[in-house]
Design a protein. Structure first.
Length: 201
């Protein structure tokens, strides 16, 4: 655990510095299209069921309500938002979450309380770990928004099919976790983003 935390701190610090020009470009693009705020925050459930605030570049029109889930074609998503969501640039601010210790580079993706409560017993061992920016589910469901868009009831599809599948992958990660597996997941995440397809883990 100490090695993982040290790795997270070093890599997130370096990434925040090296990617600062990309942060500036993404932030400027958001501002140019729809103004402020540049960032979007949401309460998620973290390690040991402790809530924390997760940060992203804002990809939707400010102040709009609606479902927690986002499917392809959602009218709330801006033009810039479509680009930064597709390339995962909207997730870059979570490097700050990693540096703070709320999250890890690799770990089960954090969920909102509403979905955690539905499967609380299954989440208990999963949330013994810090949630991550990426995980096995992020790779296998890299086209999740398209899957939900093709369902007549995206919420039901997520709760009854997608989320249980993600939980299975998170449970596998808990059982198999290692520094080597983390490096593999990071590499496969890059491949999934570049080629926009699922990668077997």
């Amino acid at each position: 655990m100490l090695l993982k935390r040290l790795f997270d701190a070093v890599v997130s610090t370096a990434a925040l510095l090296l990617l600062s020009p990309l942060f500036a470009v993404a932030g400027f693009a958001v501002w140019l299209e729809t103004g402020r705020p540049l960032f979007y925050s949401q309460r998620r459930i973290g390690r040991h069921f402790r809530p924390f605030t997760i940060w992203k570049f804002r990809s939707m029109h400010h102040g709009v309500g609606g479902a927690l889930l986002t499917a392809s074609g959602d009218p709330r998503v801006t033009k810039v938002g479509k680009v930064i969501r597709a390339t995962k640039l909207d997730e870059l601010p979570q490097l700050w979450n990693v540096l703070r210790g709320d999250m890890s580079l690799v770990g089960p993706r954090p969920e909102v309380a509403q979905y955690v409560d539905l499967y609380r017993e299954r989440f208990a061992p999963i949330l013994s770990l810090r949630p991550g920016i990426t995980d096995m589910a992020s790779i296998q469901f890299c086209r999740e928004e398209e899957v939900l868009a093709n369902s007549p009831d995206p919420l039901a599809e997520y709760v009854t099919t997608v989320l249980p599948a993600k939980l299975c992958l998170a449970e596998q990660y808990v059982a198999r976790r290692s520094f080597g597996l983390d490096l593999l997941i990071l590499a496969q995440t890059v491949a999934a983003i570049l080629f926009r397809r699922e990668v077997a883990t």
